[in-house]
Design a protein around this ligand. Sequence first.
Ligand code: ATP
Ligand code: MG
Length: 631
Amino acid sequence: MRPVPPSLPVSAGPSLRGMLLLAGGALGFFLVLSHLEDARAEQRMLKHSWDIAQVLAQGLGEGGTQDLARLASVPGARFGLVLGEQGTVRAAWNPEHAPKALRDASRETQLLEEQAVVRLHLRTPQGRQGTLFVGLSLARMRREQQQQRQQSALVALLLLGVGVGGASVRGSRGALPPQGPPEQGGGPGEGSVVLMRQQLEAQQALLVSQGQALRAAQDQLIVADRRTTLGTLSAGVAHEINNPLAYITANIQFSLQEMQRLVKEGLPEDAAGEAPEDWEEVFNALSEANDGCSRVQHIVLSLKAFSCGDDDKREPTELAPVLTAAMNMARNEIRHRARLVHDFQAVPPVDGNEVRLSQVFLNLLINASHAIEPGLVEQNEIRVATRLGEDGRVRVSISDTGKGMGPEVLGRLFTPFFTTKPVGKGTGLGLSVCQGIVNSLGGAIEVQSQPGQGSTFTVVLPLSVSVLREALDEAPAQPQVKRSRILVVDDELHVGSALRRALGREHEVLVAQGAREALARVLQGACFDVILCDVMMPEMNGMELLSELERTRPSQADTLLFLTGGAFTEASSSFLEQYPERVLRKPIDMDVLREALRVRIEGAASGPPLAGRGPARSRPDHREPACGTSG
Ligand SMILES: Nc1ncnc2c1ncn2[C@@H]1O[C@H](COP(=O)(O)OP(=O)(O)OP(=O)(O)O)[C@@H](O)[C@H]1O
Ligand SMILES: [Mg+2]
């Protein structure tokens, strides 16, 4: 005889243990499932970021910062950086948002500090190498994951409750003898550990295959929901087709009879040269029949868009035709309850799937219709609107003036099988299917509702990557500036060498490590198109250099721009205030600097000298020495 241990976990019979296993399995299943879902969402986000970085890299000019600034139009973009071969920053957009561990980022795509970060190797046509980093925030994705986890946890808890409840009922009825091998010494021996591990492995394999089965089931559910919707609509669609068919038939029959009669009686005289009345009637009848054919064609096309097509296909999709098709399908369902109006603002295409998107909109339209009692058409409205949101995503809202929802309905809206409709009218799957479709496209559904006032469901979808690509491709190229001679005057050696490196491709850049050295060069006959000068320097400062140049070489004084890290004395700050056009601030964005140089260089060719815009200064009336080529 085997001993029957007394405690519950070991002594519980097969059914009791089965119950607990089921409950635990359910919990584990949902944990694994939400983990899998999280991993998939992260992968999608990384892929999306990779696409963005690729597009950006293609359009990246030599400068870069202006190109990177295009990230501002990408929803969720956090930063962009281009590093040179030595790791120096060549261009930056919002560099303060870059993760600290960025330079250690070894993989092409990875998650760092709640950002999807992409690292791309660059090589310009001129053979210049570098690395592009782009980061997109995970905040929105995390919020959506959180919502999904909450729903999964709720279902898991319910199943756990059922399992534990069942177990305790069984337990209270008396334990059955265990079927497993006998335990040595009452405690779990090595054999039982091995057994438990095998069971766990088997369970894990089961969970993975169940996860796959669930995903397949989700796809089937989407198709099933579409069929149900078609079923709901079939009477209405038949009505929509029968109406035009009725007058098409009547008009064609009338036309045939009339033509027979006219042929028999001979063509009537037409003295005035106008179409005789009889002919005009035939013409009108055929025109109306033609209109009817177009209506039927529309409905059939809408049905086709809804029921056929490759489900997994994702392509740039214009929303207006999809919405129009969904509205055509729902029109008959709505016509006795509300006016159906649309307010479409032009929006860019989204990456999606016509069939699934029309399924979403149709579900929302039918829900809106069901929220309105039939009869008061003029007082009710269902409005479909499209907008481009401030976050750069497309927003499609479907608003109704129906009964609205209280918090108890709002809180369970997307839970599968939640419905307030009578049996046969609703399955409670519509919104959960919609949410699944929209989430899979990287979007979200927002809901606003007031009991008795109506509801608005807004589908928010990201722009198509190809649109983004076009926008980036179409961005204006950086203007070409004539190659010029630039003297950088700064007592900080590294500032000079960094500027020489940054501007060296476009211009001839020379560096003077102080105002005295700069003045000496100019006095020796060197000429520069721009003198880019620090303000606070020992021995001779920028202000003193300017007045010396005005005295000795006024044309060179006109080329002077100040690049200052801050004016520390009252005299220097009031001096700089007099020359706003001449002052640039450190640290400076290289594209801002390039633009200032371009304005200065092109302005020198056409406009008044900069000194003319500052306070009037007396200029000595003498001829300047001619420019030499030495620096
Ligand atoms: N526009 C709306 N106004 C008021 N209540 C709504 C609206 N849309 C949805 N609801 C509520 O949400 C519930 C769930 O909607 P869902 O579309 O998921 O299922 P359903 O419409 O009941 O059934 P079906 O599976 O046929 O769509 C509805 O039963 C209803 O109570
Ligand atoms: Mg519904």
